[in-house]
Design a protein around this ligand. Sequence first.
Ligand code: ZN
Length: 117
Amino acid sequence: MPPKSIIRFLSKILLHNDWECWEWTAYKNQDGYPRFHFCGRDYYAHRASYELFVGPIPEGMTIDHLCGNTVCVNPTHLEPVTREENLYRRWRSYHAALEREEYVSEPHEYEHSFGSF
Ligand SMILES: [Zn+2]
């Protein structure tokens, strides 16, 4: 990432004193995932953050938010996983939430986000 883009990237992050997540304040897509544009391309900001602070994301891997907060771009909260692992984790947390009856009132909204990446 070019230095000018790095400065712009960092300016989009809001750090909360009492919250470890780095909140993305700029553009997000319709599914709520942060987006960042540089070098003529549109990237997921959490993927850009991982590559900026940690290193290249292995081919074919997706980035999982360990904190479960989709607007977070803190690289220590991000982990490259296979698409299957990511789906499995979502499925697991979806069913855990169902057991807690968190999503019973709005299942369609959550199911939409389930297939959105
Ligand atoms: Zn986080």
